[in-house]
Each structure stands twice: as structure tokens, then as C-alpha cells.
Design a protein around this ligand. Sequence first.
Ligand code: PLP
Length: 386
Amino acid sequence: MKNSLETILCHPTSFAPFKDVTGSSHFPIYNTATFDLKKQTNENGKKIYDYTRSDNPTREALENLFAFAENGAGAVCTHTGIASVNLLFETVLKANSTILVEADCYGGTNRLLKIYKDKYNVEVISANFHDFEMIEHILKSKSIDLTLCESPTNPGLKIINLEKIAKLCKKYNSLFAVDNSLATFISQKPLDLGADFSLFSTTKYISGHGSVIAGAIVAKDEEWANKLHYYSNAHGHNQNPMDVHLISLGIPSLKIRAKASSKNSIKLAKFLEKQDFITKVTHPALKSHPNRKLAEKQMKIIPGVFCADFKTVELAEKFIQNSKIFGEKCSFGSPDSRVEIPSKISHASFSKEELENIGISPSTVRFAIGFEDIEDLKKDLLQAIK
Ligand SMILES: Cc1ncc(COP(=O)(O)O)c(C=O)c1O
């Protein structure tokens, strides 16, 4: 009998590299820098641990879990989500490489790309991944080492047809990576849709409690998984065992949390659509969203993050300042609802033109919805804007 993913994720100890004899609900925390080589038996050809930067059984358990959940060959857990993006670049790109990236991407990824461009002469081609003709033209006319996108995108909440982009990448020999931070593996499987890598900030929905910063990257093929592991050790990106433990605590409840956040966010987005101080609401679950059908096909749960354009910047600021529930915070996937102005915080690395290009204005507010009572959220919104 094959159990479903959510059942398996409620029993994370099965992913530990050693057989557990205690019946513990969580995998053990090996909080050590070093291991005594003389005391390791290497029974059954199991690997030898020497130094936690290279390998640690606690981290290995979480890596096994992520590789399984994403249907990949292997995973690496990093100390931040952006370290996973960086690890991907370090592993795949060389000086003078070319990367094709969806124009609407996380501000930290955009900042990192600017560094690669300036320091290593990496050519960064930023494009609209809805325009398949243009994407094919770019892939055909240039040698693209890596293609990268998020779906849904942050902050524009575009839904990218991952299967179509993956096919184009295969045809023209580009590696394809998807940042799965918003949807997570409980909802969307980029590797099953043809991507070579799925990476994510575990700071968000996966940890789920806003208590730790971390990330992970999963490779479809063993060869790339080994290369990721090699570079992660060499560059020192590997996550420490205590943080691995904190991340692992959120995993059994991932599905119910993702569903609760999604449900609340859809209700609030519909409520906001009716308000005269709002000019536009962008939520992939709303009828007004141009990629709603694809969103429903590609994801089992639509994430609880959306954008709303206020009539004026002053109104947006007024709402944020007067709200008693919504903190002005970046990040998403925590129990508490929060808001931020992307042009000011998470996407401050974008130029005015880059923001305009992805449809983000100074009065766009990104909402990341938690588990509060929906009526309290609505009441708070109205009192804040009065
Ligand atoms: C889509 C996306 N990818 C990557 C990151 C980076 O993750 P971290 O903040 O954990 O470094 C973020 C952070 O907000 C994000 O939104």
C-alpha cells in the first residue's frame, strides 16, 4: 500500500539516515561540528561523517524528505533561501554564461543577478515567460545555460506554464529551474512538469512559523544533486542542524496551513475587490486573474498571497499605518497576516522601469494572509482606511 504525501510527511523520522530505536516523533538533532572517524562502523557501506559543513545526519534527513517530496534524486538544505538560488548559480553558471529569467522575480534574486552580471559578466536576459514565441526565439538564437522562473511569481502573481517552458528548455538544451517558494511541493511539483531543479525558501510556508531563515534545492538527476552538494560544501552554504530541526517541525502541518492561508486570502481578496479605495486585486484564484485556469491545473492549493492596488499611495500608507492586525513585514507563509509595499521593501532592488514592467506600482500592497478570523481581518481593513 502506497501512502499519500501528506500521510508520509506526518511521519518525518522515516527519512532519517539511521534506523530509530526510540520511537521519537522527530529526527535526532546531531548538534556537533565534528564526528570521530574511529568510532564509525561504516556498516552496509553507509557514508562516513567527518564535519558538519560537509555532511550531518540531521540535515541529511531533511534533504531526503525534500528529495522525496519533490520527486528528485537529491537535495541540499541551505542556511537561507537566497543561498539556494546562489548555490544554483554557482553550480550551473560560469563566467560569461547566459541566464534567461522571468522579469517578475523576487527582489533578492534580481539583486543577486546584478552581482553576477557585474562581477562575472553573466549575461542576464529578462523576459516575459507568457510570451512563448519570444522565449523560443531567445532559446534558439542564444546558448542559454540556465532558465529560471517562479510560479506564482512574487510579487506579480503571474502563473507560468512550467510544462511548456520546460519543453522549450529541453528542445534548446537549457537547464530549467523553478523557484517553488510560494506554491511548495504540497501543491506543485516542478520536476514532474519537466524542470531540472526545484528550489525554495523554507523560511516561508514550509517552516510556517516565521522562526527561522532557510532554503533548499532539489535536483532531478543524481549527477546534478552531487554537484550541488559539492559546491554547497565548498562555499559553506549548508544549513546547521538546529535550524534543520526548526524547519522540520512545520512539515507535518504544511498542507492544512497552506489550505487555511489560501481560503482566508481568497475571502479577503474578494472583499477587497468590492471596495472603492481599491483599483485592482491580483489573486490567481479570482475570476479576474488571466491565468486562473492554469493556476488551478498546475497547483493543488493556490497560495495565500495576493496584491491589491490602492487608489493612491497615501491610502496604501494610511491603511498600513492604521492597521492593528496586519504587520508591515516582508515574507509570507506565517500564521500572522502581513502587508508590505514591494517597491519599498521586498523589491527595492528593482528600478522604477523594472517595477512598471511587471505591473507593480508604488500603491501596490502585497498581502500575505495567515489564519486570523476573516471577519477580524475585514473589520481591521475598514477601520484602518476610515
Ligand atoms: C520567491 C522567493 N525566493 C527566494 C527567497 C529568498 O529566501 P530567504 O529570504 O529565505 O533567503 C524569497 C524571499 O522572500 C522569495 O520570496
